[in-house]
Design a binder for this molecule. Structure first.
Ligand code: HEM
Length: 329
């Protein structure tokens, strides 16, 4: 009898938890700051435009930052918090070691604070800035419902536990996304974010130099591409960088899926999208596509979903005064 009760209690708890999360996400609205900060979207866009127009790589930086924020304690800007003597924050975890672009968010927050003091959360600023940065480099746009609050907790270990590493296989990736209420389709669509940006060689050295411990490379990689990668990443140079989508890493397009079928997906997690029937079908449907419009629409839809993961709303959380520091109160 007792053995039946426990699984039932657990599943009831899970259902209630999911319902509460969905209810919170429903509280987000596009007009949330309409009265309290009417020029918010313009202030954000202007600052983001200045940075991204000058350095297009900031678009990739912000897109990854938003993803890393949402997958750890939800989209609550916990990724922006700096460590203190008593706490090692997400920002100092291994998966976040190469995050960049914090200065853009700080600049946007400073501009917003000037006009609308203590009104707009850093979580909303990160969500808006990401959308704007992607549009500045010619990517899709999407609506950003607002009203997220900032979290007061940021723990390095949680980043390690929630962010999928580049060596995950399809089953592991699907599970990591399902844990955030994202579907298999969301996984293959959002992985398309790797159409922009760079990776450090450290993220691929095992794959190209010592895949199974005998000085070999991952057979899922095109051998000619391995030679190119080895040239770009000679052994001691783990801090060198390579483009995620070669020759096209600054333009948000559908070319990422072409690289996958050519066995040039940079990470095992990219290549893994060929190993599941649903993700494989999606990849193939975009190969040699002359138009990016269906990918853009899918990407926009999935970004809206990602931006709602486990958000804090209403009286939960706070409006951080400085994005990198939890308020004192
Ligand atoms: C599916 C699981 C994913 C894995 C395993 C993964 C892993 C990685 C890794 C290892 C890097 C390179 C880090 C470095 O060495 O500097 C990277 C970069 C990047 N990722 Fe992902 N990622 C995933 C999903 C996503 C998603 C969902 C997005 C956004 C929607 C995204 C956007 C990016 C971007 C834009 C970059 C380049 C960042 C830059 O240029 O600074 N990734 N990713």
């Amino acid at each position: 009898m007792a053995t039946n009760v426990i699984p039932k209690l657990v599943s009831t708890f899970v259902v209630v938890f999911i319902l509460v999360q969905q209810a919170n996400a429903q509280n987000l609205t596009e007009g949330y700051y309409k009265k309290t900060c009417p020029s918010l979207e313009k202030i954000v866009y202007d600052v983001v435009y200045r940075y991204v127009h000058h350095v297009p790589g900031f678009a990739a930086a912000l897109l990854r930052m938003h993803f890393h924020d949402c997958f750890v304690r939800g989209c609550d800007a916990s990724v922006l918090i700096k460590s203190t003597p008593n706490n090692t924050a997400e920002r100092d975890s291994i998966p976040n070691a190469s995050l960049r672009g914090f200065e853009v968010i700080d600049a946007v927050k400073a501009a917003v604070e000037k006009k609308c003091r203590r009104t707009v959360s850093c979580a909303d600023i990160l969500a808006l800035s990401t959308r704007d940065a992607v549009t500045v480099i010619g990517g899709p746009s999407w609506p950003v419902p607002l009203g997220r609050k900032d979290g007061r907790i940021s723990v390095a270990l949680e980043a390690l536990l929630n962010l999928p590493p580049p060596f995950f296989n399809a089953t592991q990736l699907i599970a990591a996304f399902a844990a955030k209420n994202l579907t298999v389709k969301d996984l293959v669509v959002l992985s398309g974010g790797h159409t922009i940006g760079i990776s450090h060689c450290s993220s691929i050295t095992t794959r190209i130099y010592n895949f199974t411990g005998i000085g070999d490379f991952d057979p899922a990689l095109d051998p000619a591409y391995v030679r190119t990668l080895k040239r770009l990443c000679p052994p001691p140079k783990v801090n060198n960088t390579v483009e995620m989508d070669p020759k096209s890493s600054k333009s948000f397009d559908v070319n990422y899926y072409n690289t996958l079928v050519q066995n040039k997906g940079l990470f095992q997690s990219d290549a893994a999208l060929l190993n599941n029937s649903e993700t494989n079908a999606y990849v193939r449907s975009h190969v040699a596509s002359s138009s990016a419009s269906s990918f853009f629409k899918d990407f926009a839809d999935s970004m809206v979903k990602m931006g709602k993961i486990e958000v804090l709303t209403g009286s939960a959380g706070e409006i951080r005064l400085k994005c990198s520091v939890i308020n004192k109160n």
